[in-house]
Design a protein around this ligand. Structure first.
Ligand SMILES: CC(=O)N[C@H]1[C@@H](OP(=O)(O)OP(=O)(O)OC[C@H]2O[C@@H](n3ccc(=O)[nH]c3=O)[C@H](O)[C@@H]2O)O[C@H](CO)[C@@H](O)[C@@H]1O
Ligand SMILES: C=C(OP(=O)(O)O)C(=O)O
Length: 422
């Protein structure tokens, strides 16, 4: 298994291009199952998760081609010759559950393996299933699979009220509702930019949707949807991750394609910690104001709150802050696995349930560390950029799920970083 070796090397300077969003692309790709016409995505990121989704859609009978070096994904699904999303693929990536709503809406049946838990939490899919039931689906859970059937005549519009905000369940419900008969109202919907991006793409395909980006989304079902060409929104999590690099190391970095509106609450926390963020013609320019970061408290919440997918990276920043920061993780029950690894680098962190108290230390020291999940991996790289000596991050396959060319991007702004093949 490859590892990434980082050596603390002082201030960074230059530009980092930000890719299209993994989490948007992973819901836009299954939207191809809603139409027989071609759906083309521009600005796609080149990631192993995208290859896994390609493998899944292909297994169902869709044609998926990566063009222009993977930046363009051209998809077409005339007729699906398989309606079973197999465990072997689903277990690799939880977003696989997003093929359920579209297949059911279009063809009236689907079999999808239940994804199971993962390192960051149990992550059930009960809300996805309840939403589809509200549209008339009959579901049977057997042998680790959900067997879903639409009523005669197809799904029908209905009221979906989520007891808690779920990004994936909102996406599944939204896609299914576009082909249901009548009106669907989704209440307590997720408001993430990736949901807005999905709604925009579905609208370009002919769907009638109102209210995306708010807690209530209304969908008027259509007989059929057509093809479209859609540009994937900027990856706000990749953006936030690279904004933290100059915050940790000093210097000034411009993240190309970045926008403050994608990360309002994150930018507010950065400002409080002593990091300036300036919007430019081409992106966001980020610089640390003083010599030392100031402690800040952070609570993760659904959008527009502070994203859970940036909590690990923010913790890496706060490890060397002046003072004590309290991080509260409210989305996933087990998302502090990076804390013990950061402590191996000299951080002082006390974890208790969903709360982590980070007592800032003047400096971190390089060490061999182990990546436990996607965002934990990159938090260790960020910490390594600021640490004295060499940090070796092992198990970097997690990183390949969500960050393309991380070594090239950071080396491009002056970081001393390399990937070492096993
Ligand atoms: C591919 C993708 O877009 N992944 C993102 C998506 O994951 P994902 O869509 O899986 O996350 P959700 O928003 O659904 O999860 C939020 C919370 O709801 C719970 N829940 C969810 C569904 C359900 O049926 N029952 C249930 O109890 C989860 O366990 C979690 O505690 O949003 C998360 C929250 O912003 C991000 O961290 C992930 O990066
Ligand atoms: C948790 C994440 O992804 P997934 O939902 O695909 O596990 C993530 O992107 O940080």
């Amino acid at each position: 298994m490859d590892s990434i070796v980082v050596t603390g090397n002082g201030p960074l300077s230059g530009q980092i291009p930000i890719a299209g969003a993994k989490n948007a692309c992973l819901t836009l790709m299954p939207a191809t199952l809603l139409t027989e016409e071609p759906l083309t995505l521009l600005n796609a990121p080149r990631l192993s998760d995208i290859r896994t989704m390609t493998e899944l859609l292909s297994s169902l009978g869709a044609e998926v081609s990566a063009l222009n070096d993977g930046r363009v994904i051209a998809m077409s699904s005339h007729a699906l010759d398989n309606h079973r999303a197999d465990y072997d693929i689903v277990r690799k990536m939880r977003a696989s559950i997003l093929v359920l709503g579209p297949m059911l809406a279009r063809d009236g049946y689907a079999e999808v393996s239940l994804p199971g838990g993962c390192a960051i939490g149990a992550r059930p899919v009960d809300l996805h299933l309840k939403a589809l039931e509200a549209l008339g689906a009959e579901l049977d859970l057997r042998d680790g699979y959900v067997f879903a059937k639409a009523p005669k005549g197809g799904l029908r519009g209905g009221r979906v009220r989520f007891p808690l905000v779920s990004v994936g369940a909102t996406e599944n419900a939204l896609m299914a509702a576009t082909l249901a008969r009548g009106t669907t109202v989704i209440e307590n919907a997720a408001r993430e930019p990736e949901i807005v991006d999905l709604a925009r793409c579905l609208r370009a395909m002919g769907a009638q949707i109102e209210g995306e980006g708010t807690s209530t989304i209304t969908i008027e079902g259509a007989e059929r949807l057509g093809g479209a060409t859609h540009k994937v929104v900027t990856d706000r999590i990749e953006l936030g991750t690279y904004m933290l690099a100059p915050a940790i190391c000093g210097g000034e970095v411009e993240c190309l394609g970045g926008r403050i509106d994608l990360l309002q609450s994150f930018c507010e926390r950065l400002d409080a910690a002593g990091v300036s963020v300036e919007e430019t013609q081409t992106g966001l320019k980020v610089a640390r104001r003083g010599n030392r970061i100031q402690a800040v408290d952070v609570t993760t919440e659904p959008y527009p709150g502070f994203p859970t997918d940036l909590q690990a990276q923010m913790m890496a920043l706060l490890c060397t802050a002046e003072g004590t920061s309290v991080l509260e993780e409210k989305i996933f029950e087990n998302r502090f696995m990076h804390a013990p690894e950061l402590m191996r680098m000299g951080a002082s962190i006390e974890v208790s349930g969903g709360t982590a108290k980070v007592n800032g230390v003047p400096a971190l020291k390089g060490a061999p560390v182990m990546a436990t999940d996607l965002r934990a991996s990159v938090s260790l790289i960020l910490a390594g950029l600021a640490a004295e000596g060499e940090t070796v991050v092992n198990r970097v396959y997690h990183l390949d799920r969500g960050y393309e060319h991380v070594v090239e991007k950071l080396a491009g702004v002056g970081a001393k970083i390399e990937r070492v093949a096993a």
